[in-house]
Design a binder for this molecule. Structure first.
Ligand code: SAM
Ligand code: DTB
Ligand code: SF4
Length: 324
């Protein structure tokens, strides 16, 4: 999807500062014009290689620079990953996302194996997504050939605040990988984390950068910081929940066609706040008791919430293509 309107930072700031319920009302209208507001995409995450990452992301349990209590695990076997994908499909997920704690992809047997995993998931009729750190153009092209739907690569926060969170790579490094992903014809899943200690201006700047990516991201994960013991952000003040809602509503208005994905942090967010987030245009969640390394609401609780709200899980896009 190409950028239909160029948003300035002033436009985004003015939108962000509108009265909250006005903003939610507009976001809900935009949402209904572009999506079926009854549907929620259910996605499952799997950590295929855990811990030991050499980047120094201040929020992350998997960085060697942090001291989080975590069992490191080598790259999983393809068959084991595909067995998990099959289980996820049976329990209603239409997108399977595989995460590896790598700073960047290195060519070799490990990457060959990840390409096999992507092919296997795609052949099952599920959307396949991976997040593997930085990628070259050739590596992005190989993932496209394997059938990858989307590559998750977050900008996390504003360019201005970035060096306070991560010092081992730059914002431009992230943008370069997103360029390689776009040129390979893979959709980008690109969003951020709230609650890192950033200012309102940083949140506005992040949303401004995201909506001006060309093409706009197909999916925008909104993570709320999960404070992890042993990381520099373990004692961060939780972000006001209305700021979270505000960001979701602004993301929906700026990126009308994208899936706005509630990612990390839902376990501590009330069902009423989640319902308001759905109203404001969030239309995808991760289900299952674990994200990559931190806990997530149980599947039954999520299905119960959808039922109470009269919502339903979205059908896989491959079924939609077949039905068309
Ligand atoms: N290494 C790859 C990378 O950084 O792109 C992929 C894995 S990384 C864990 C995927 C995303 O998870 C990060 O970009 C970040 O937005 C999010 N994340 C990681 N730890 C988090 C935490 N404690 N709370 C919220 N979001 C987190
Ligand atoms: C994203 O933005 N959020 C997901 C997914 N992309 C890979 C990961 C959330 C991870 C939360 C921390 C953890 O469980 O380790
Ligand atoms: Fe964690 Fe990814 Fe940063 Fe590595 S690059 S420390 S896995 S967020």
């Amino acid at each position: 999807m190409s950028v239909e309107k160029k948003w300035t930072i002033e436009d985004v700031g003015a939108l962000y500062k509108r009265p909250l319920l006005d903003l939610v009302y507009e976001a809900a209208s935009v949402h209904r014009a572009h999506h079926n507001a009854e549907e929620m995409q259910m996605c499952t995450l799997l950590s295929i290689k855990t811990g030991g990452c050499t980047e120094d992301c201040g929020y992350c349990s998997q960085s060697v620079h942090n001291d989080a209590p975590l069992e490191k695990e080598i790259l999983m076997k393809t068959d084991d990953v595909l067995a998990q994908a099959r289980k996820a499909k049976e329990s209603g997920s239409t997108r399977f996302c595989m995460g590896a704690a790598w700073p960047k992809v290195l060519d070799g047997r490990a990457f060959d194996r990840v390409c096999d995993m992507v092919k296997g998931v795609s052949d099952m009729g599920m959307e396949a997504c991976v997040t593997l750190g930085m990628l070259t153009q050739e590596q992005a092209n190989r993932l496209a050939e394997a059938g990858l739907t989307a590559y998750n690569h977050n900008l996390d926060t504003s360019e201005e605040f970035y060096s306070k969170v991560i010092s081992t790579r730059t914002y431009q490094d992230r943008l370069d990988t997103l360029g390689n992903v776009a040129r390979a014809g893979i959709s980008a899943c690109c969003g951020g984390i709230l609650g890192l200690g950033e200012s309102e201006d940083d949140r506005i700047s992040l949303l401004h950068t995201l909506c001006n990516l060309d093409p706009q991201p197909e999916s925008v994960p909104i993570n709320m910081l999960v404070p992890v013991e042993g990381t520099p952000m373990a004692k961060n003040e939780p972000l006001d929940i209305f700021e979270w809602i505000r960001c979701i509503a602004v993301a929906r208005i700026l990126m009308p066609k994208a899936m706005v994905r509630l990612s990390a942090g839902r376990l501590t967010i009330s069902k009423e706040a989640q319902a308001l987030a759905f109203m404001a245009g969030a239309n995808a969640i991760f289900t299952g008791e674990k994200l990559l390394t931190t806990p997530n609401p149980e599947k039954d609780a999520d299905y119960a919430l959808l039922g109470e709200l009269g919502m339903k899980p979205r059908a896989p896009f491959k079924d939609e293509q077949e039905a068309a």
